[in-house]
Design a protein around this ligand. Structure first.
Ligand code: ADP
Ligand code: MG
Length: 713
């Protein structure tokens, strides 16, 4: 054995001792606990999307139960992702009323319990999808995602539907969008003579997060109730030294990361990269990419594991998009690609004329899809938290555009203009005839300012907020790309001269949609102006973006591919509007509470102590030395008094705003009122209080400051 092989086996041993995948019912467990027949039928179901033979369900359930019981489980649960984006679970124990002769209770788990669970779903928002007389929804096993064990429960990933079949969750539409993409991509590949069995989209989500000390967290109501700070003056140091990104990982955080890896590996999650991020206390974990559906489930589990592991280390993991003003917030880069069951990544530029044409057709389709559906991409990342981050010079702007890099862009330009690509080589690109010129991979892919960037063999959608489920953005990407593939196939399938039609289609499409390509600085003010000239959408807030959900052409798009019907789209729109309104209301309540009960009393206490002490001091001073020239206490009193006055005025205004908002019964109107009328008042109240924080001595300040929190871990 050579040296390299040796090293390989040592590394895999290290991970084995951590028991990679110990808590998941993965392929190797299936092989062990199922008969060969059952295993191969189930594999077929998973790999080819064939429906599961109901007769196998009992044997599958039996195998799963055995594994679960051997690993200390007493319960099972159907695990699902309701439309709010969290995960939900309802636990049932395996026990039955049957008692064995020796007095032990029998544990049972039948096929029908595996496949279908019923639950009262009435307290999950349904956006009017379930009539009140039929509040029950049901969950059904999704065999394409592995079951796993957490604590003493067997978790079964499921979809969540109402009795009329409407989807009440985030997983069902994701699976449907993957299927739509599968269907249309297979058609497209046939044009190039390829018959593949299955096309899958994959995602690698890079997860950013903050870690802060638990004791400090507990002292701030805004962190407890909103997961972000609503007040807080800048610390003397922020991220300006750029010393945190990729910086040395502090021991306490390193211990956390080690434990996190171990936990994630035990769930079969391929945690790969870990490093410090830009802001103090901010970090990132990136797993190796996998099938979108699995990736979505694993990312939900990852976020939960992060929070639990942090607790064990006396810290809190904050996944909010903007926990601290003035330093970077957290996002989740969604690296997306499409590949065939034969292992071909369809976003990899090829080496032969056919591959060249295929790649350029796919690329052109994605350009058209992103340009035509900027609205859907934008709204798929819309949330109260993400509004605070997008466009803030730390994350892509709210304007959707695409980065392709200078080299690829000039190749596309030469196609559009019929000119030579490389002046030196005098190479003109004839699609389907020439090979794509080998272009150097663009260094500018480090351009972090683009929302949708081509990074060599994948697209990186960078606008996602850190706490979001990746489901909705990927439903959008899969669906809009499938839709353009469909349109292209409809046009090319009947073409008499395929190469000529292909050339014409690519050229015409690129010319029409090139406005979406922007390789410059997406953070700059000039880009906002330029994007406006190009007619690109700029939707700064959630309430600007969400109404695009229910536009006729978008509903028609979803219906065309069987992703959502009109009712389901409306439900999602309403739920998100309502959630936004509720979140702002919680923030308002928390702000009022903190300002009224903590900040203002603390400032008054300081002002009165100061006045009292100063008058004692002044008496002594005057008795011995006469009057001081400056009336220092009066100056301080005026500063504090003016700010207190402002804070108090804003507090009153916010109280009124809160009451007014709640008078509006239409949720969309209420949400818009929060954006336009309430949030600006919140900002002003915050400003006044942050100014006070700078002037009031630390010992009076009622909760830990940014300086205390951000530099303590
Ligand atoms: P960067 O920080 O440069 O953006 P990272 O290495 O942190 O990159 O993360 C890149 C992510 O992209 C990882 O999750 C990786 O697995 C994923 N990725 C790599 N290749 C593909 C691909 N073909 N399809 C989808 N995701 C991919
Ligand atoms: Mg990235």
């Amino acid at each position: 054995m050579n040296k390299a092989n040796n090293t390989d086996s040592v590394v895999s041993q290290n991970i084995n001792t951590i028991q990679f995948g110990a808590k998941v019912f993965n392929n190797s467990k299936m092989k062990k606990y199922f008969s060969t027949d059952v295993y191969s039928s189930l594999k077929k179901t998973i790999e080819e999307g064939k429906p599961l033979d109901i007769n196998l369900a009992n044997e599958i359930a039996q195998g799963m139960k055995q594994w679960a019981l051997e690993n200390g489980c007493t319960h099972y649960c159907h695990w699902f992702q309701p439309m709010t984006g969290i995960t939900a679970e309802k636990h049932d124990s395996f026990i039955t009323k049957k008692i064995s002769e020796d007095g032990n209770v029998l544990m049972e788990f039948r096929g029908k319990e595996l496949i279908k669970g019923e639950g009262d779903g009435s307290s999950f928002p349904s956006g009017g999808l379930r009539a009140t007389f039929e509040a029950r929804g049901y969950t059904a096993w999704d065999p394409t995602s592995y079951a796993f064990i957490k604590d003493t429960t067997l978790y079964i990933p499921t979809v969540f539907c109402s009795y009329d079949g409407s989807s009440l969750d985030k997983k069902t539409p994701l699976l449907k969008s993957m299927e739509a993409l599968n269907i249309q991509t297979k058609r497209l590949l046939k044009l190039f003579g390829k018959n593949v069995k299955k096309v899958t989209s994959s995602v690698g989500p890079e997860q950013e997060y903050f870690l802060i000390d638990k004791e400090l967290f507990k002292k701030r109501k805004d962190l407890i109730f909103c997961n972000r700070t609503l007040f807080g003056a800048k610390a003397p140091k922020g991220q300006e030294l750029e010393d945190h990104y990729y910086g040395q990982i502090k021991p306490r955080v390193a211990e956390f990361m080690k434990d996190l890896d171990k936990e994630l590996w035990s769930y079969g999650i391929l945690s790969k990269t870990k490093h410090n991020e830009v802001a103090p206390c901010q970090h990132e974990m990136a797993p190796i990419f996998t099938t979108t559906n699995l990736s979505a489930d694993q990312n939900q589990l990852t976020m939960e594991v992060m929070k639990n592991v942090a607790q064990k280390h006396g810290m809190v993991c904050i996944l909010h998009e903007k926990p601290f003003a003035g330093v970077n917030g957290s996002g989740k880069h969604n690296n997306w690609s499409i590949s065939t069951d034969e292992g071909e990544n369809l976003l990899e530029p090829g080496n032969t004329p056919e591959e060249n044409a295929q790649f350029l057709l796919i690329l052109t389709a994605i350009i058209k899809a992103v340009d035509e559906h900027q609205d859907l991409l934008r709204l798929s990342v819309a949330s109260r938290g993400n509004d605070l981050r997008l466009g803030g010079n730390e994350a892509p702007p709210a304007i959707i555009s695409m980065f392709l890099g200078d080299e690829l862009t000039s190749i596309l330009e030469s196609i559009m203009n019929g000119t030579t690509y490389d002046k030196k080589a005098k190479q003109e690109i004839k699609l389907g005839i020439d090979t794509l010129p080998t272009f150097p991979k663009d260094n500018t892919d480090r351009n972090r300012t683009s929302p949708f960037a081509f990074t060599g063999n994948k697209f990186e959608f960078r606008s996602l907020g850190s706490s979001a489920s990746i489901s909705c953005p990927n439903v959008m990407i899969n669906t809009i790309v499938a839709d353009v593939f469909k349109e292209f196939c409809d046009e090319l399938e009947g073409a008499k001269d395929f190469t000529a039609s292909l050339n014409a289609l690519i050229k015409k499409t690129l010319i029409k949609h090139k406005r979406i390509i922007f390789n410059g600085d997406g953070y700059s003010a000039e880009w906002v102006e330029e994007a406006k000239k190009r007619g690109l959408l700029n939707l700064p807030s959630t309430t600007d973006a969400l109404p695009y959900y229910i536009k006729d052409e978008n509903i028609a798009l979803f219906e065309r591919h069987g992703i959502y019907n009109a009712t389901e789209v409306h439900a999602r729109y309403e739920i998100q509007m309502e959630e936004y309104a509720k979140l702002v209301n919680i923030e308002v309540n928390t702000m009022l509470d903190m300002a009224e009960k903590e900040i203002i009393p603390a400032c008054i206490e300081y002002a009165s102590d100061m006045a009292r002490n100063f008058s004692d001091f002044s008496i002594i001073y005057r008795n011995h030395f006469g009057d001081t020239a400056d009336n220092i206490p009066a100056t301080i009193a005026k500063n504090i008094g003016d700010l207190l006055d402002k804070a108090n005025t804003m507090l009153k205004a916010l109280q009124i705003g809160k009451v007014e908002a709640r008078k509006i019964s239409d949720m969309t109107e209420r949400a818009k009122y929060y954006t336009k009328e309430v949030i600006p008042v919140m900002d002003e109240l915050r400003n006044a209080c942050d100014e006070l924080e700078k002037k009031v001595p630390s010992k009076y300040w009622p909760f830990p400051t940014y300086a205390d929190i951000l530099f303590q871990v």
